[in-house]
Design a protein around this ligand. Structure first.
Ligand code: IPE
Ligand code: IPE
Ligand code: MG
Length: 246
């Protein structure tokens, strides 16, 4: 089936509200194509553009993409600085088009290790879209699930000692409000490319009941059609959340 046929076979009543994507395999794509790793990342940006477009067409409410993890600092300085620049330049280049398409974009992650200048440039650009009512696009940048939970705990502790609530008020719902994804629904579907079957510290709290979908495709080769296939497969799943299997 081609992209159009796949799109028309979607069940509009069973759409995921939030899709999270671990975009993996840029380096292997580069190797396979006899080029430098950074070119794999560059080609990966094109795949992001396609996926954002199709998520918008499908009227998905939230799309969260893993761009750079708190562990990715362990790569060579050349790759790290190349990635930071590529992410910034892509944001700057795409912001007008995103705005026109009613996309509301924000970066989620830690500010630790990023320069003040980098952070203000990100905010300056993203802010232009914050009145938009279409797709909410979260770019997980310098994101790590464990750091997110610790940062959330510290913020919650500050509010606790300020007397905003007491120990007995602490619930999973309250704690969720201290995460970067406060006020967003948890991901319904998690997609990971490149044949790796792990979370790599991505939304470890929020993915507690997500449906997982894996493909061998390397991220730069990931197509709009494959994204729709993932959603179609999701629509066949029976979610139970620990309840009875009727
Ligand atoms: C994913 O591609 C992009 C980032 C982690 C920034 P990789 O760079 O991890 O590609 P592989 O896994 O080495 O192929
Ligand atoms: C996860 O991919 C991070 C991103 C996609 C940004 P990695 O390539 O860093 O994960 P591991 O090292 O294979 O677990
Ligand atoms: Mg990888």
């Amino acid at each position: 089936m081609n992209y159009k046929e796949l799109m028309s076979s979607l069940d509009k009543n069973k759409m995921p509200r939030h899709i999270a994507v671990i975009m993996d395999g840029n380096g292997r794509w580069a190797k396979k194509n006899h080029t430098i790793r950074l070119n794999g990342h560059r080609k990966g940006v094109k795949a992001v553009r396609d996926i954002v477009k199709v998520a918008g067409e499908m009227q998905i409410e939230y799309l969260t993409i893993y761009a750079f993890s708190t562990e990715n600092w362990n790569r060579s300085t050349g790759e790290v600085s190349g990635l930071l620049k590529l992410i910034m330049n892509s944001l700057i280049n795409e912001i007008e088009a995103l705005n026109k398409n009613n996309v509301n974009i924000r970066f989620i992650g830690s500010t630790e290790k990023l320069s003040g200048d980098y952070i203000s440039k990100v905010n300056e650009n993203c802010r232009k879209t914050w009145n938009n009512t279409g797709l909410h696009l979260n770019v997980a940048m310098n994101y790590g699930g464990r750091v997110e939970i610790l940062e959330g705990m510290k913020k919650m502790y500050d509010d606790l000692i300020k007397g905003k609530f007491t120990k007995n008020d602490i619930t999973t719902d309250l704690f969720s409000q201290y995460l970067y994804t406060a006020n967003m629904p948890d991901p319904d579907l998690l997609i990971r490319t490149s044949g790796e079957y792990r979370l790599s510290n991505f939304l470890i709290w929020q993915n507690a009941y997500s449906e997982f979908w894996f493909t061998e495709t390397l991220w730069p080769d990931f197509s709009k059609a494959e994204f729709v296939e993932a959603v179609l497969d999701y629509q066949k799943r029976k979610r139970r959340f620990g309840g009875r299997n009727e």
